[in-house]
Unconditional design. Structure first.
Length: 191
């Protein structure tokens, strides 16, 4: 009988400790800051194929990623990929123009917002999503940059992310810098 009373006493102590711990957890949850914050991180991933020889094409293959690490969604996200002034770079990617027939839309395509004659800035928005929710990533995938230099060159590709909550834009974490000197072929002389 003594062991039953001992067991009952231990059960009461355990319930008291458990109740105390639950109250502490409830207080901690209530004290949490539940305000929503927008925290967007954008960055390039890329690889290069460079020859450093005159008359040969060079390539940069890349993707631009937007990651929402905050607790608030980004509404109507769009991006700007900007090449250097008077750039020798040729940009191409999986994007459509506004007047492209909607019946022929491509899955996960992006739409170019500015004029096709602009070869320096590429303003793009996704056609497949208007909201970037917390902990989601949106990617403009597999763009290609090609160049065929005649001389020493120095180029940069910058990325900017925009949305209803980012009307002034936000720089990407990294910029792609491409610099090179042309190696003369055997038998050629520098003029």
């Amino acid at each position: 009988m003594n062991s039953i009373h001992s067991l009952q006493r231990k059960m009461k102590e355990w319930k008291s400790v458990q109740s105390s711990q639950w109250n502490e957890v409830r207080d901690l949850i209530a004290a949490l800051d539940t305000s929503q914050s927008l925290n967007i991180v954008s960055f390039f991933t890329y690889s290069l194929n460079i020859t450093h020889a005159q008359g040969y094409d060079n390539y940069c293959l890349g993707s631009y990623h937007i990651k929402n690490i905050g607790t608030k969604p980004l509404i109507n996200p769009y991006i700007c990929i900007k090449l250097s002034d008077e750039s020798i770079l040729e940009f191409s990617g999986k994007y459509l123009y506004k007047n492209f027939q909607k019946s022929i839309r491509v899955a996960n395509a992006w739409e170019r917002l500015n004029e096709s004659t602009d070869k320096q800035e590429f303003w793009l928005r996704p056609t497949h999503t208007q909201i970037l929710n917390p902990f989601e990533t949106l990617t403009f995938p597999n763009f290609q940059i090609k160049w065929n230099p005649e001389d020493t060159y120095s180029e940069s590709i910058q990325g900017f992310t925009y949305g209803d909550e980012l009307s002034n834009g936000q720089n990407s974490l990294n910029t792609i810098h491409i610099n090179g000197s042309i190696q003369l072929r055997e038998g050629e002389e520098d003029e």
